[in-house]
Design a protein around this ligand. Structure first.
Ligand code: ADP
Length: 477
């Protein structure tokens, strides 16, 4: 593994901070590296650098921006295994999943290398013979990108690549749990040849202090954030005073509905894919499994059996399906949800406890007979626990699925085309998996939520919009 530099990247230079903070392997509790601990002053320096670099970068031709992005993509792919190792060691996900994430991350860079060349404007017919209406799309300006620990690589590139493609300059602040992957990605961006100040990296163990600078400095024109709904709301408020553009990818509480006509084996595999990936730590992970009462018993048996085969362990060990949770707090929350459900009448089909005496492991768990009174029915668990609820009618389950402040992802399995149509239109969610447990794998599709799950979309052509202003020019002659 290349040892990551514990420095900040500001204006094309790697500079030290007065302090560093340790990075912990959640599978062992061991320190696997350290990162520079930026304060408000260093964050301000990064804002200054990004602001100074913006005029030239915004005027760089689209093919040039595209070429640099393409080079960055190639470098990430060349170093894929090394980055994935870093990712597993600081975050815990199994190595094959980490490799998958690095490819996914690289593909955002490739996509936006291509998309950079396709930022088109419009000419609009005028009402008057001596006037012409032109619509330009221009970069919004300096972007602050604040990313979470659950996808240490993909959330960086899903934000930074479209920002750079649009002609924006960026200050990246990765999560304090997982800065090593971000540092490596930025090292490779530097190697790709982006000019000084175009990408800046600020790692910190004081996100509130640095975040305040990034969300209040008037030179930052756009904040793009993925993380908890609580922090998202705070950043939204902080950014309001200077009317920054803001994209928010926040929490979810995804329903997964299994109708009586579904292919049950496919649905079981679907729950496994959407619930246990990343140890249940994704914002689109299934939180509530609704099963039609006529098939509930069969489905519960099949799911319980399949989940009991999932292996928990260190992400670098072969054959492991589920790594550790990110920290003790995350583990305690999962444990609390399971205890609360069991006290309120749920039954355990498999799992239910911590595993091992080192690291933050929790067994792959299935709870039967879940009810709406349980914490797990409304709070995001962010862990490998699937609660099974039963339902009787389509209208009832649709209403129950929508009865949440969240609106990120929803899944359903059925073979009835009429029901597919009604459900996909009726669910108040930004991402629908119709017989598909993995809709987020598509880099070209719009990813984002309704309601309190967020604002704006990432991915595909939609992801570029968030970094562009629309300028209307009226020319009279
Ligand atoms: P989680 O609960 O999943 O850890 P958070 O919302 O706390 O999610 O973290 C997501 C990102 O938000 C991380 O980069 C974290 O450092 C950052 N963050 C947390 N609190 C603040 C804050 N007050 N201001 C700016 N960024 C913050």
């Amino acid at each position: 593994m290349t040892s990551p530099s514990n420095k900040l990247y500001i204006n094309g230079n790697w500079i030290p901070a007065a302090d560093t903070f340790p990075i912990i392997d959640p599978a062992t509790g061991d320190i696997v590296g350290d990162a520079a601990d930026a304060d408000a002053d260093l964050a301000l320096q990064a804002v200054e650098a990004a602001h100074a670099a913006f005029p030239a970068w915004s005027k760089t031709t689209a093919p040039r921006r595209s070429k640099l992005l393409y080079r960055w993509y190639e470098l990430i792919m060349e170093h894929r295994d090394e980055i994935a190792t870093l990712l597993t060691c600081e975050m815990g996900k199994p190595f094959p999943e980490a490799k998958g994430e690095v490819s996914f991350a690289a593909n955002f860079v490739l996509w936006y290398a291509e998309e950079a060349k396709r930022i088109y404007g419009d000419t609009v017919p005028s009402n008057e013979p001596n006037k012409r209406i032109t619509v330009l799309r221009q970069p919004v300006g300096v972007v602050a990108a604040i990313t979470p620990w659950n996808f240490p690589a993909a959330m960086v590139t899903r934000k930074v690549a479209p920002a750079l493609a649009a002609g924006c300059t960026v200050i990246l602040k990765p999560a304090e749990q997982t800065p090593l992957t971000a540092i490596r990605l930025v090292e490779l961006a530097a190697e790709a040849g982006f000019p000084p100040g175009v990408i800046n990296l600020v790692t910190t163990s004081s996100p509130a202090e640095v975040g305040t600078v990034l969300t209040t400095d008037p030179r930052v024109r756009k904040v793009t954030f993925t993380g908890s709904t609580e922090v998202g709301k705070l950043l939204y408020r902080q950014a309001a005073d200077t009317i920054k553009r803001i994209s928010l990818e926040l929490g979810g509480h995804a329903p997964f509905i299994v109708f009586e006509d579904a292919d049950l084996d496919l649905a079981v595999q679907g729950v496994i894919a959407s619930k246990y990936r990343n140890a249940g730590q994704t914002c689109i992970c299934t939180n509530r499994v609704y099963v039609h009462e006529s098939i509930a018993e069969t489905f519960a048996d099949k799911l319980g059996e399949a989940v009991s085969l999932l292996r928990v362990g260190h992400g670098m060990k072969e054959g492991v399906h589920i790594g550790p949770l990110i920290d003790e707090q995350a583990l305690a929350k999962v444990e609390r949800h399971v205890q609360d459900a069991l006290q309120k009448g749920a039954t355990l089909l498999t799992g239910g406890s911590r595993e091992g005496d080192r690291g933050y492991f929790f067994q792959a768990t299935v709870l039967n007979n879940a009810t709406e009174e349980m914490q797990i029915a409304t709070e995001e668990t962010f862990g490998p626990v699937a609660p099974l609820f039963t339902f009787q009618t389509e209208d009832e389950v649709l209403a129950r699925a929508n009865n949440t402040p969240y609106g990120l992802a929803a899944y359903f399995f059925t073979r009835d085309i009429g029901r597919v149509t009604r459900m996909q239109e009726g669910l108040d969610y930004g991402i629908i998996g119709a017989n598909d447990p993995a809709p987020s794998a598509a880099i070209q599709a719009p990813f984002g939520g309704f309601k309190e799950s967020g604002l704006a979309r990432e991915g595909g052509k939609y992801g570029l919009d968030a970094f562009l202003e629309t300028k209307y020019i009226s020319l009279a002659f």
